[in-house]
Design a protein around this ligand. Structure first.
Ligand SMILES: C[S@@+](CC[C@H](N)C(=O)[O-])C[C@H]1O[C@@H](n2cnc3c(N)ncnc32)[C@H](O)[C@@H]1O
Length: 299
C-alpha cells in the first residue's frame, strides 16, 4: 500500500479539532435508526462516529480500491460488518441499495473546492438522499484575505527584520502559491472576503465564480493574498483551516506578492483561477491568483 497515502490518513486522524467538529455535527444530524452515506470514507472514522450517534447502517463509499479493501478489514476487525457496508467506486455514480437519511463527507482542500466535495455530495444526494434528509457539511466557503506576514515565510525577506538587505532573494523567488502553516498569525489587512459559497447538496459546483474585492482596513505592508476555507458542518459547528491550530492537517494557501505599503481604502482585486484539468485542480499549488491593487483616491 502507498505509504504516502497512509501518512495522509494518519495526519487526518490525528487532527483532533477536525474529528471533534464532525463528532459534534453528527450528534446533531443523526437520529436513532438513520441510514448514512459516508462519501470518501477512507479509514471509516466518520462512519464510526455516525454509528456512535445512533445510525443503524452506514454505506461507506470509497473510490480508491486499496483504501476500500483496508476499510473492509477495519470493519471486520471491529465487528462492524453488519452495520457498515463498504461500497468501492466513484461517489459520482454510486447507487445504494436504499435511501439514506444523512450524507456526510470530509473532502475539503486547502482552498475548499479542490476535492470536489460539492459535486460529489450533490451526486450522491440526488440519487440516494431521502426527502427531508440532511448533509454534513451543509455549506463550504472559500475566503481571500490581504495579509502581511509577521516575520515568517515570505515576510523574512524584509531587510529590517534581519539587519541586512535581502531584496535579491525576494526578486529571485519565482511567483506562485505556497502552502503555509502559520506559527504566528499574519497581520490581517482586510476582512476575509468570501469568493465562493456553496450550499452542499444543492449547489452543483464549488469553484469561485467572481473576483473578491479586498478592501484594506489598516495601514501596513501587503505581502500576500491568503486563501482558506470554512465549512459549516451543522448549527454552530464550523471547521476552518485558518487560524492554523496545532495538529491542523490543512495548510493555508498563500499567493506572495511584491511587498507594497498600503493604506485604508486601498483595494486588492483578487480572482482565484483553477487549472483547466480536473486532475490538476486537486492540487492547491496549481491554482493561480490574478490580482491588482487599486489605490484610494486622495481627497
Ligand atoms: C480527505 S479523505 C477523508 C477520509 C475520511 N472520510 C476521513 O474523514 O478521515 C477523502 C477520501 O475520499 C476518497 N475519495 C476521493 N474522491 C472520491 C470519489 N470520487 N468517490 C469516492 N471516494 C473518493 C479518497 O480516496 C479518500 O480516501
Amino acid at each position: 500500500m502507498d505509504s504516502r497515502l497512509l501518512a495522509m490518513h494518519q495526519v487526518m486522524l490525528a487532527d483532533h479539532v477536525r474529528i471533534d467538529a464532525y463528532d459534534r455535527a453528527l450528534a446533531r444530524a443523526v437520529r436513532p435508526g438513520d441510514v448514512i452515506a459516508d462519501v470518501g470514507a477512507g479509514t471509516l472514522v466518520l462512519s464510526v462516529l455516525a454509528l456512535k450517534h445512533g445510525a443503524s447502517h452506514v454505506y461507506a463509499i470509497e473510490a480508491d480500491p486499496a483504501m476500500a479493501q483496508l476499510a473492509e478489514r477495519i470493519a471486520a476487525d471491529n465487528d462492524f460488518r453488519d452495520r457498515i457496508t463498504v461500497v468501492q467506486g466513484d461517489a459520482r455514480v454510486a447507487r445504494l441499495p436504499r435511501a439514506v437519511d444523512v450524507v456526510v463527507a470530509e473532502l475539503m482542500g486547502n482552498l475548499g473546492p479542490e476535492e470536489e466535495m460539492v459535486e460529489l455530495v450533490a451526486a450522491v444526494a440526488k440519487r440516494n438522499l431521502a426527502p427531508g434528509g440532511r448533509v454534513v457539511p451543509r455549506r463550504l466557503t472559500t475566503h481571500l484575505t490581504a495579509i502581511g506576514f509577521d516575520g515568517e515565510g515570505w515576510g523574512v525577506w524584509r531587510e529590517e527584520h534581519l539587519g541586512y538587505r535581502l531584496d535579491a532573494v525576494r526578486a529571485a523567488a519565482p511567483p506562485g502559491p505556497q502552502l503555509h502553516f502559520f506559527q504566528r498569525d499574519p497581520v490581517l489587512l482586510s476582512a476575509h472576503v468570501p469568493v465562493a459559497v456553496s450550499e452542499i447538496g444543492v449547489s452543483r459546483a464549488g469553484r469561485p465564480a467572481a473576483p473578491g474585492r479586498l478592501r484594506v482596513e489598516r495601514a501596513g505592508e501587503l505581502h500576500a493574498v491568503m486563501g482558506h476555507f470554512s465549512a459549516e458542518l451543522a448549527d454552530g459547528v464550523v471547521l476552518s483551516n485558518f487560524p492554523s491550530y496545532p495538529g491542523c492537517n490543512w495548510a493555508v494557501w498563500t499567493w506572495p506578492i511584491k511587498h507594497t505599503p498600503v493604506l485604508p481604502g486601498d483595494e486588492v482585486l483578487a480572482e482565484l483561477v483553477p487549472p483547466l484539468s480536473r486532475a490538476a485542480a486537486r492540487d492547491a499549488t496549481e491554482w493561480r491568483l490574478d490580482c491588482a491593487l487599486s489605490r484610494r483616491r486622495s481627497a
